[in-house]
Design a protein around this ligand. Structure first.
Ligand SMILES: O=C(O)CCC(=O)C(=O)O
Length: 281
């Protein structure tokens, strides 16, 4: 019965993108997703200390871990990214306008792979998704200031609706001028999503969000806008079903690594093709 109702609302919302029907369809989608999540039982491999990380991730959408890597390790990793960009020009992603990106940098650098295959992060991801989850690949990004850049991720967006876990590590000191990660707190929570849809006239399954729409949400509650300036070596664990972006870069360059976690059964060849992932040598 609920399935049929959800499917009817979904169809209607795909036609009438905004308004009450879109909000009802979103609520029903999230209810169905929550029911699926509650059915999932998996064996816990997470350390007790990290359970609070997952709880905070669910509540706020983001957790910051300072000094995850030393500044020496970050220095080396930046050099590794410079090397990969020179050695693998064919894999410097053509779609990214703002930054120089290599998906799968973990396949060509042992140092980057030590971040990509970090077992602690893998178990946090598994706990968050409540199913066996792997890092499909690590993105290495060098982002210089360029005129009119929209920042890493090309403006405000959600990567997905429902859950999507990423681990982003700054390899440079990141200030307001060189592209800090930004996020609207709680924007992944179903109740908040419905309110935000109403307030900013967001559409059903709208992934990319206009700056004016974000401005309306921030005006209503300025404290929700978080801007993460931090030292090199800072780790950001984030549910990228939140509204987020890298702030446009004004000066300097930002280097970062990002692990893309997915439930094992969602990772297949087509994903590697889609992101044009650098293969293992
Ligand atoms: O690297 C960042 O600061 C943001 C990246 C982003 O938007 C994404 O990974 O979806």
């Amino acid at each position: 019965m609920l399935d049929r109702l959800t499917s009817s609302f979904r169809k209607l919302a795909n036609v009438r993108k905004t308004g009450l029907i879109a909000r009802c369809a979103t609520r029903l989608d999230y209810r169905a997703n929550r029911a699926e999540l509650n059915k999932k039982l998996h064996e816990r491999s997470i350390k007790n200390d990290d359970i609070s990380i997952v709880e905070k991730l669910e509540k706020v959408g983001i957790v910051i871990i300072p000094d995850f890597w030393t500044s020496e390790k970050c220095d080396q990793a930046r050099l590794e990214i410079d090397r990969l960009i020179v050695e693998y020009p064919a894999y410097v992603n053509k779609n990214a306008k703002a930054d120089q990106r290599i998906y799968g940098a973990n396949n060509a650098s042992a140092l980057i792979d030590s971040f990509g295959s970090d077992p602690r992060l893998g178990s946090i991801a598994t706990e968050f998704n409540r199913s066996d989850t792997i890092n499909a690949f690590t993105l290495a990004a060098r982002m210089p200031a360029s005129s009119g850049n929209l920042g890493s991720g090309e403006g405000w967006h959600r990567d997905a609706f429902f859950r999507q876990f990423k681990a982003i590590m700054y390899l440079s000191d990141v200030g307001l001028e060189n592209g800090p990660f930004q996020l609207l707190e709680h924007s992944q929570q179903p109740g908040q999503i419905i309110k935000d849809m109403k307030r900013a006239n967001l559409g059903y399954m709208q992934y990319r969000v206009e700056e004016q729409q974000i401005a309306r949400l921030v005006r209503q509650d300025p404290q929700r806008l978080r801007t993460f300036t931090a030292k090199a070596g800072t780790l950001i664990l984030v549910d990228t079903s939140t509204l987020h972006r890298g702030m446009p870069i004004q000066t300097g360059t930002r280097y970062a690594l990002t692990n893309y976690y997915f439930p094992i059964d969602a990772v297949d060849h087509s994903m590697y093709e889609k992101f044009d992932v650098l293969p293992k040598a």
